[in-house]
Design a protein around this ligand. Structure first.
Ligand SMILES: Nc1nc2c(ncn2[C@@H]2O[C@H](COP(=O)(O)OP(=O)(O)O)[C@@H](O)[C@H]2O)c(=O)[nH]1
Ligand SMILES: [Mg+2]
Length: 214
């Protein structure tokens, strides 16, 4: 998804670069394309709206439009605002000193943990890693199956001990499995929960204490 986004934005910026003089309409048209590209890439509507408003405000100012290289200036502004949109500084997944690196996906129900787990695994494989997906959501009926289907699609291993075991034991078992199978990343797909759900929150703490994920 992000690759498509980069290509689209680059194409739009290329059009601007070629122009000697920019009208407000040129900027608007370019921003419209950037906005569509962001929306297609699933960026939240409000985030996109704020982003385009900020670029617009900075880009149609006198200083930019009357400069010798307005196209370049607008590209610079878009670049700066995109960077700040993505969170400014890039943060990396810190590997554990001793593999496997354990990553625990936590969050509310339906917030995208299982999907992110699969995306992360695919990313790690592309980086030459050997991730193990772990079905640690034992509460929602189809949760394990969902991860298994994703694992099959991506041809990545999924560790499961069914839905009758304590997630802490599953997590421990997964790490053992990773040790013996040479998986350097263990991605724990946990059950969704609210912070007010004491039992489930305690479970996360127990997994954390037991495995010390990154
Ligand atoms: N549009 C969109 N949908 C997503 C994204 N990530 C997950 N979903 C969908 O949101 C729903 C819940 O995702 P899931 O990974 O099962 O959430 P979980 O309950 O936290 O594990 C599913 O229907 C996913 O297909 C995303 O980045 N964009
Ligand atoms: Mg899930």
């Amino acid at each position: 998804m992000l690759e498509g986004l980069a290509a689209k934005i680059q194409a739009t910026m290329k059009k601007l670069r070629g122009k000697g003089k920019l009208s407000e309409g040129d900027v608007k048209e370019a921003l419209r394309e950037v906005r569509l590209a962001l929306l297609e890439a699933d960026v939240n509507y409000k985030v996109v709206k704020d982003f385009t408003a900020r670029v617009q405000e900075r880009a149609v100012g006198q200083e930019v439009m009357q400069s010798l290289t307005p196209g370049q200036q607008v590209i610079k502004i878009v670049h700066e605002e995109l960077t700040s949109l993505m969170g400014g500084a890039a943060s990396k997944l810190e590997p554990a000193l001793r593999p496997p690196t354990v990553v625990m996906l936590v969050g509310l129900q339906g917030s995208g943990k299982t999907t992110t787990c699969a995306k992360l695994a695919r990313y790690l494989r592309r980086e030459g890693r050997r991730p193990l997906l772990v079905a640690a959501d034992v509460y929602r009926p189809a949760a394990i199956k969902q991860l298994q289907v994703l694992g099959e699609e991506l041809e990545l291993p999924v560790f499961s001990m069914g839905d009758k075991k304590d997630p802490v034991d599953i997590a421990r078992g997964a790490r053992e499995h990773a040790f013996s199978h040479g998986n350097d990343y263990v991605l724990l797909d946990t059950a969704g929960r609210l912070h007010v759900d004491e039992e489930l929150m305690t479970e996360l703490v127990r997994i954390k204490e037991s495995l010390e994920p990154q």
